[in-house]
Design a protein around this ligand. Structure first.
Ligand SMILES: Cc1cc2nc3c(=O)[nH]c(=O)nc-3n(C[C@H](O)[C@H](O)[C@H](O)COP(=O)(O)OP(=O)(O)OC[C@H]3O[C@@H](n4cnc5c(N)ncnc54)[C@H](O)[C@@H]3O)c2cc1C
Ligand code: FES
Length: 509
């Protein structure tokens, strides 16, 4: 028999004294069976759901300010008045309750209806048809935002992937580890696209773009016309070019189909060799250790991830994986794969009945390149995410944008950035002029240890470490030209959020 959950904290419907919540502070109680987070900020008291709608992060541990609360886990942000998810990775709003203040007592009243898509008339200045090429992070977030903002006209999303948009980061984490069921993988069910009148064509690729006639030619022989177009074609894994790399038990990991193929082999495999100590490679190593496989990692690096995270965090990552039973073959390379054996440059070999290659990705630029759109190691876009061809926007892994914080044109491969760019592009395709100025953020998860990273530092002059990575408690600052270009952290979520806020106000261009 399932046990009834005890309500958390005080009953907020009977009220609590205002003085029990300090300015800028919060308190968790309940209203009936619902947990409710009271937040006192800017002279007002807000009552909202305490759980982030992304992965249920605890908003009570987040950062409050400017009428919003930021989630400590992956930096989503919610409007405290409406509950709207202002920043990805959360897409759904949080619940809000009406609050009354009577004689210094805060009383939580009715739950308000969830924040919904804006209702408005179709605007004649808006394009009649918006086409999105790509059904990943950026493509999905763009389609959702168009409808959230009340765009009334046609939206078509074309995706080469046969599956509707899904949670790609989970493919190297909990889903690969077998820790969550498939139902958590799709970003939305089929019904969402029907209800929101988002036409989808999955398993169909855009082969050619004619930017003059504003037409796209598809792999199924069809062609579609657009008024505004979003390119969100993402990146594809680099394949290993060594003898034997084409065997069926050698995999890359980008799509859901790739992930299912790895899971299917992992169910009967005993030993896996992961080639590449990238984020994806090492997340795969962690996930497959959770499936009790013997895991070997082969990589040319001296210290895994040191190029991105620096020596200190790199050494921690290595020791974390070693503690969990991963065997590293560093400063070495795979030279051939054959007879269930990976041969190494230094003369050794490792048996493997499953090989996963994680040696980086390449942005998918062919469509843009052939259409004459200017490239710059990615698709060059302006601050509104428009390419050099008018009415054609680009977002996500393919886009190189002028980052006002670093003063550089940058391209990153982060889930949250892709979603936020998709959202900004959507708003601009509707005819607005919103600059993309989010500070880049990514996270990575290895066993129970999350690593959060805000900002952008391809190189640095100096690293400052607060705390101790080996104790899984640290904040690492990457300084360039005397300013903090990026911050990585382990279990220092509030500091990471504060660093994000500080970077948002820093502009070098
Ligand atoms: C396994 C894995 C785990 C990850 N984990 C993290 C993480 O923890 N944190 C993080 O910040 N980032 C993570 N990333 C990176 C993140 O997923 C990407 O940065 C993000 O998905 C980029 O979004 P996108 O929309 O640009 O591209 P994608 O999500 O790759 O979507 C591109 C879409 O375009 C489609 N497409 C491509 N070409 C065409 C065409 N010609 N016609 C039609 N459709 C086309 C593809 O099929 C795909 O659906 C991970 C990536 C992988 C693969
Ligand atoms: S759980 Fe809140 S942003 Fe991920």
């Amino acid at each position: 028999m399932s046990q009834k959950k005890e309500p958390t904290g005080p009953d907020l419907r009977t009220g609590i004294p205002l003085k029990e919540i300090p300015e800028g502070g919060s308190l968790i109680g309940h209203a009936g069976e619902d947990e409710v987070l009271l937040i006192r900020s800017g002279g007002a008291v807000f009552a909202v759901s305490p759980h982030c709608t992304h992965y249920h992060g605890p908003l009570s541990e987040g950062l409050v300010g400017g009428g919003s609360v930021r989630c400590p886990w992956h930096h989503a942000c919610f409007d405290l008045r409406t509950g709207e998810a202002l920043r990805a990775p959360a897409i759904d709003p949080i619940s809000c309750w009406n609050v009354e203040l009577n004689d210094g007592v805060v009383v939580v009243k009715d739950k308000r209806p969830l924040s919904k898509a804006a209702r408005r008339r179709a605007d004649n200045r808006e394009p009649d048809k918006i086409v999105i090429v790509g059904g990943g992070a950026a493509g999905f977030a763009a389609a959702e935002m168009l409808r959230r903002k009340g765009f009334q006209k046609n939206v078509l999303m074309i995706s080469g992937d046969p599956a509707l948009p899904y949670d790609r980061p989970n493919l190297s984490k909990d889903y690969l580890a077998g820790a969550i069921p498939f139902k958590f993988v799709p970003l939305r069910d089929d019904e969402f696209y029907k209800t929101n009148n988002i036409e989808t064509r999955v398993g169909v690729s855009a082969l050619r773009l004619n930017a003059h006639s504003r037409e796209i030619f598809l792999s199924d022989g069809g062609k579609v016309a657009y008024d505004s177009l979003l390119l969100a074609t993402g990146a594809e894994p680099i394949h290993l070019d060594i003898p034997g790399a084409d065997q069926p038990y050698v995999h890359v990991l980008r799509s859901l189909a790739d992930c299912e193929a790895i899971i299917s082999d992992a169910k009967v495999a005993r030993r896996v060799v992961v080639i590449g100590a990238s984020f994806i490679g090492l997340e795969v190593a962690a996930a497959l250790r959770q499936r009790k496989l013997e895991v070997h990692v082969v990589a040319p690096d001296k210290v895994p991830m040191a190029r991105i995270l620096g020596q200190e965090l790199g050494l921690f990552v290595r020791s974390l994986h070693e503690e969990n039973g991963v065997v590293f073959h560093l400063e070495d390379k795979a030279t051939s794969i054959g007879d269930r054996m990976v041969r190494l440059e230094n003369g050794g070999s490792v048996e493997a009945d499953l090989v996963v290659v994680g040696i980086g990705v390449r942005p998918r630029l062919e469509l843009a390149e052939k259409a004459g759109i200017v490239l710059d190691h990615g698709i060059a876009v302006d601050q509104y995410l428009e390419t050099t061809v008018s009415h054609v926007y680009a977002a996500g892994d393919i886009a190189r944008w002028p980052d006002p914080h670093s003063g550089q044109s940058i391209r990153v491969e982060h889930w949250v950035v892709a979603e936020r760019q998709g959202q900004t592009a959507a708003i601009n395709m509707m005819g607005h002029k919103e600059q993309f100025n989010a500070v880049p953020f990514f996270w990575s998860q290895h066993y129970d240890v999350p690593i959060n990273y805000v900002g952008h530092a391809e190189s640095w002059d100096k690293i400052e470490v607060d705390g101790d990575p080996m104790k899984k408690d640290c904040l690492v600052r990457y300084l360039r030209n005397g300013r903090v270009a990026a911050v990585a952290s382990i279990y220092r979520d509030l500091d990471s959020l504060k660093a994000e806020v500080a970077m948002e106000s820093t502009k070098t261009s």
